[in-house]
Ligand binder design. Structure first.
Ligand SMILES: [Zn+2]
Length: 343
């Protein structure tokens, strides 16, 4: 059946007809000098009815790999009137942080702890409220793109509530090898979407303030394959090939290894490496190269995140290791994945 998407679709008082696309500025406030601040979004409607997917980036304003991934998504030939359903693309949610190379809002709040927000709340609360009302509540599915925090990098990974069947399906469709069944963070977009019954993935990959081709490519490919899996786009690969490519490993648990001492760190392992109990991860030492402290792996797993800053204080988080039933199989799959996205 080729049902036409006749329902009118409205965002920020703008109506977008089936088969049309529109760039919209959602007004969220003004700077001290009265300069108007808006969240830029683009809405693309297929001629046929279908799901409504929102894809958001830079909720943390310095996490910009996702901004570039969404930009590239919008210029794909497949994204247009022949699509089924509607895509809401919000490449830069925290426009304040984005313009200041900062994770935070001007009042130093983390926007991803302000959800669902309120109409009369703080700046973060008001922005969160607008995002919920104008974007999230109009969607049936969502993908939110992140990177590691400043001076940290993450292996491309999905964090989601994988016990929820629809979200689990989306995670498999996204197709990055590693997924972490993440507990929901209070005040996050993900929590508010879950409370409204909207299945949502959080993609993490790479570092803040960088454009990293492999990460951008992983995110873009993941979004397109989610769109295929929910029927917005025609699948490009055969089912068999998709299954082979999409195999994901869900972490049993994950843990951080912290610096047992202040000093400078020489790393010996990197994101995606399989590390076995007792393996040397790095060496901490003083400026003379003496007082060396070896950092060893306490429990076998895969490095899914790590610091990029060699100067560390006692207690700083150094390596994030996820544990799996079969870490060797994960490492092998990561190798295949890495080759498949080589740029
Ligand atoms: Zn983030």
């Amino acid at each position: 059946m080729t049902a036409l998407a006749s329902r009118s679709f409205e965002i920020a008082n703008q109506i977008i007809a089936p088969g049309k696309r529109k760039q919209i500025e959602i007004h969220i406030g003004r700077l001290f000098d009265y300069t108007e601040i808006s969240i830029p979004i683009e809405v693309i409607r297929g001629e046929q009815a279908g799901p409504v997917l929102f894809v958001s980036g830079a909720i943390h304003g310095d996490e910009i790999n996702g901004v570039e991934a969404i930009k590239r998504l919008l210029t794909q030939r497949r994204i247009g009137s022949r699509m089924r359903g509607t895509l809401i693309a919000a490449p830069i949610v925290n426009v304040f942080g984005f313009n200041n190379n900062s994770r935070y809002l001007p009042d130093r709040r983390d926007l991803n702890r302000c959800f669902p927000g309120s109409k009369n709340g703080s700046l973060g609360g008001r922005i969160a409220h607008i995002v919920m009302e104008e974007i999230v509540s109009k969607a049936t599915h969502g993908i939110d793109l992140h990177t590691g925090a400043i001076h940290r990098t993450n292996l491309p990974q999905i964090r989601a509530c994988l016990d929820e069947p629809e979200t689990n399906k989306l995670a498999h469709a996204f197709g990055v090898p590693v997924a972490i069944n993440a507990t929901i963070r209070d005040g996050s977009l993900r929590q508010s979407a879950a409370e409204r019954g909207i299945p949502m993935l959080l993609f993490e990959g790479g570092e803040a303030l960088r454009y990293e081709e492999k990460i951008i490519h992983s995110a873009l490919r993941g979004i397109l394959s989610v769109m295929e899996s929910i029927g917005m786009l025609e699948p490009r690969l055969s089912k068999k090939k998709v299954q082979k490519r999409k195999h994901i490993f869900i972490a049993r648990s994950s843990y951080w290894i912290r610096a047992p001492h202040s000093g400078s760190l020489r790393v010996k392992k990197h994101c995606g490496d399989r590390v076995q109990k007792g393996d040397l991860l790095g060496i901490l030492s003083d400026p003379y190269g003496t007082n060396r402290v070896e950092i060893q792996t306490p429990k076998t797993g895969i490095i899914v995140g790590m610091t990029l800053l060699p100067l560390v204080n006692n207690g700083d988080a150094l390596f994030h290791v996820a544990t799996f039933d079969d870490a060797e199989a994960v490492e092998e799959r990561l190798g295949i994945f890495d080759e498949s996205i080589s740029v």
